[in-house]
Design a protein around this ligand. Structure first.
Ligand SMILES: C[S@@+](CC[C@H](N)C(=O)[O-])C[C@H]1O[C@@H](n2cnc3c(N)ncnc32)[C@H](O)[C@@H]1O
Length: 248
């Protein structure tokens, strides 16, 4: 993890509007504009509707938690968006000029984002929100522990939001084509909140949301909601995809 870019803020904080069809159109156009710049054609079978649904409402929930953090720190905060990929969260959310927003990803991904900023060079003078969406599950457990330790030791106070999958997902991943065909390997899993809190003394789980508990689930197609509902009743599968908000 090495490369980052710091963005300029905009005035005021507000939770982004829920995704109605009308409001989704400009975002779809923005997504298409990004794809056009990359000269990349998304194959029609790129991902299943269930996986796509998890990613969409996970992003929505992380937007809500990030907005709540920004609202709680109107005098300024640091947002450290780890493994941001091409996520446009810094553009989607409203944040004021006293907030510092840093997007971080691997050098080739972050080539678009100009600067190289090691974690130790990020100022620790403000409450800090660290967003790790779609990252921890692909790291070695020792690397997750080391990363969380570096964050908790470096910044005096803040929150970390991250997502995880359960142990059964790791065992069955070769059967789950959406991820396995990309070549990505799931290495780190969490079934219970206590597993995160054991990684660092300062970490306290404030919220744990199974994917089927996220309020935005109502926007998903009915078959996906039924799929989630069935999962919610099968012991061992309830931790299929979980979002965590932790204080430190
Ligand atoms: C599944 S994508 C998630 C992207 C984004 N957070 C989202 O939810 O749309 C995983 C991202 O992690 C990045 N990544 C993987 N290992 C990393 C590392 N060691 N340091 C920083 N980024 C890393 C990849 O380049 C990729 O952009």
């Amino acid at each position: 993890m090495a490369s980052a870019g710091e963005s300029a803020g905009s005035d005021g904080h507000s939770v982004p509007a829920p995704t109605s069809t009308t409001e989704a159109q400009p975002r779809k156009a923005k997504a298409q504009e990004t794809l056009d710049k990359l000269d990349y054609v998304v194959p029609p079978t790129a991902t299943s509707v269930a996986t796509f649904s998890v990613v969409v409402i996970r992003a929505r929930q992380f937007d809500v938690w990030a907005t709540e953090f920004l609202d709680a720190h109107p005098d300024g905060a640091t947002v450290l968006h780890l493994a941001c990929g091409l996520d446009s969260r810094a553009l989607r959310l409203n944040w004021n000029k006293s907030t510092r927003w840093i997007d971080v990803d691997l050098p080739d991904v972050a080539a678009l984002r100009r600067q190289v900023v090691p974690l130790d060079e990020i100022p620790a003078d403000r409450p800090t929100l660290v967003i790790m969406e779609g990252l921890a599950l692909y790291l070695d457990p020792a690397d997750v522990e080391s990363l969380l330790k570096r964050v908790c030791d470096r910044f005096p106070t803040g929150q970390i939001v991250l997502d995880s999958v359960g142990a059964w997902y790791k065992r069955s991943q070769s059967l789950i084509r959406d991820v396995s065909r990309t070549g990505a390997l799931v290495k780190f899993t969490i079934d219970q909140a206590g597993e995160i809190e054991r990684l660092h003394d300062k970490l306290k789980v404030r919220d744990q949301m199974r994917v089927w508990q996220i309020p935005s689930c109502e926007i998903l197609p009915l078959p996906v909601r039924i799929f989630f509902w069935v999962q919610s009743w099968i012991p061992g599968l309830t931790s299929f995809s979980t979002e965590f908000r932790c204080d430190f």
